[in-house]
Design a protein around this ligand. Sequence first.
Ligand SMILES: C[S@@+](CC[C@H](N)C(=O)[O-])C[C@H]1O[C@@H](n2cnc3c(N)ncnc32)[C@H](O)[C@@H]1O
Length: 425
Amino acid sequence: MPASPSPARLAAVDLLDQVLAQGRPLSEMARLEALAPADRAAAQRLAIEVLRGLERADKLLKPHLRKAPAVRVMNILRLGTVELCAGGAAHGVVSDCVEIAAKGKRTQGAKGLVNAVLRKVAETGPEGWARLRVPRLPKWLRGPLVAAWGPEAVAAMERAHFAGAPLDLSMKAGVPEGLGGEALPTGSVRLQDAGQVTALPGFGTGDWWVQDAAAALPVKLLGDLRGLKVLDMCAAPGGKTLQLAAAGAQVTALDLSEARLERVRENLARTGLEARLIAGDALEHGETYDAVLLDAPCSATGTIRRHPDLPHVHKGERISELIGLQEALLDHALRLVKPGGRLVYATCSLIPDEGECQVDEALQRHPGLSVLRPEAPWIEEAWRSSEGGLRLRPDFWAERGGMDGFYMAVLQRGESVGDFAAPAG
Ligand SMILES: C[S@@+](CC[C@H](N)C(=O)[O-])C[C@H]1O[C@@H](n2cnc3c(N)ncnc32)[C@H](O)[C@@H]1O
């Protein structure tokens, strides 16, 4: 009887098929639910490592393949190559990959190929790996980013994507005993090799939540929120809702997706924080607030170091539609904030059309609108952009382990923006 391959490796190949053959993101992982938590975490980690190193793996495999094999066979080979080049024990990796091929009707015939190719990769691959260039972003994204930030900055971003990301946590109050990690100047706690998140001190007691250090900054720009009525206009999965609630605001968390809002509900329950939840289209919401946070839907290109599947799942086809939605949401958010109140506009995008340009254009559309210069000891001058916002990039804080790409600006409305006429009925 053939030996069973490791469940984590088998699931990692399924995940790679899902992303690279079906164009579905890693976050849709229904099939992983049957796995033990440690195997699920290992499968995700392996799939992420392969996606980060995909360009190198394909270059190393090419000389050993006379013609391109079926996608699943290629994904088995990619997994084996990345593991071997990261120092994985050749015997275990090769025999597991052969067993994964043996398990599938359409891959059984490629068992011999998998065995022969991975044995060759085991001999010379690890040395060749280090000589290959840092994997590049796909053309649809690289072009606009080079135009915006220049070739050197984009090369630095690619190095940050390839290096991956540490785990950043936002604290509800103090840091729980035994958590360890580095206290970042912006207030987050950073763990370099965290392992299983649910096993860390303070998870069960809801003392913190996972949130990239850059993603934690837009809420900080809203200032003192104690007792204020605040709208989180695009709230799910809720990292910023938790921050707003922990800062003492009376929070309304709104999101179009009922399913994603469920994640906000779970996060509130775990942390013991409170917010009013509304599922619906923010463009139809008509209440006014002391402050509004608009963390708008976007290309999410700032999160590629955590989500290397993203450039394979999206090819930029939705960006112009997203830019239109951001503009409509920003105009509407201005009507929902009381005159004199603050609105923070944010996106986890590296594309200026979704950040700097949105604010520039809003200033032209609304003569009563101003951008407030954010002031805080943790703000670095290099982060400031000309229209008054903050631009964060994955290549910043390189010595500390980077940060997600983000854009954020604090807007203050005057009287002339115009109020929202709630739909009748
Ligand atoms: C960038 S995510 C928000 C992340 C969230 N603020 C956090 O920190 O966890 C954008 C969210 O906008 C929601 N969304 C998209 N269009 C919307 C609309 N018209 N009204 C309300 N929410 C919308 C999406 O469902 C998605 O959850």
